[in-house]
Ligand binder design. Structure first.
Ligand code: AMP
Ligand code: MG
Length: 184
């Protein structure tokens, strides 16, 4: 089985995922890492935050390659994005050709208060995060829900919206683990 976990930069996705991986048998695959390694090999980018600024055709090419590799893996949680904020607009993280490769069973969208996310991004010097306002982050979170709905309709997968409360990532992680443990 393959599931997708996503959320805007700074929502606390890595922290929640780390907790989830300790409590389940799933391997965590980071979609962006695969794309970044493929891009770095041919000297397209220096860091992962450069990916979303590449030309759209280049991003789509890398996206296709990464999804082809992940489609061959089983029992994985795919850490990726519903919508990538590119200079040309929101790029779907899981367009039709990616969905066909991945055959996702469930989507999880981690969400938090946009003002808290704005603050967390300011305090994170390890990445070149976009300096978005809380309003812009709110819009991105809203778009992610629309895109998740579209992917679910296409693939028949379930969708879960998971709140990551400030200072309590274990609550979000437990909610995800609980749903992953449901047997059909
Ligand atoms: P992350 O570390 O999760 O923020 O991912 C790093 C970068 O990888 C993102 O900012 C995107 O540029 C790229 N990326 C991740 N998942 C996808 C995807 N499904 N489609 C296109 N680009 C992606
Ligand atoms: Mg992360």
């Amino acid at each position: 089985m393959r599931v997708v976990i996503s959320g805007v930069a700074g929502v606390g996705k890595s922290t929640v995922l780390e907790l989830v991986s300790r409590k389940t048998q799933y391997d965590i695959i980071n979609f962006g890492t695969l794309m970044f390694e493929m891009a770095r090999e041919i000297n397209l980018v220096k860091d992962r935050d450069g990916l979303r600024k590449l030309g759209i055709d280049t991003q789509i090419n890398l996206q296709k390659k990464a999804s082809n590799a992940i489609g061959r893996m089983d029992n994985v949680i795919i850490d990726t994005h519903m919508a990538i904020k590119s200079p040309k607009g929101y790029l779907p993280g899981l367009p039709e050709w990616v969905l066909r490769e991945l055959k996702v069973s469930s989507y999880f969208l981690i969400e938090a208060d946009s003002r808290l996310i704005e603050q967390r991004r300011r305090n994170d010097s390890s990445r070149s995060r976009d300096e978005d306002s809380a309003e812009a982050i709110g819009e991105h979170q809203e778009i992610n829900r629309y895109f998740a709905a579209a992917y679910a309709v296409f693939s028949g997968a379930t969708v879960n919206f998971i709140e990551n409360p400030e200072g309590k990532p274990e609550i979000a992680a437990d909610n995800i683990v609980k749903r992953l443990m449901v047997v059909d």
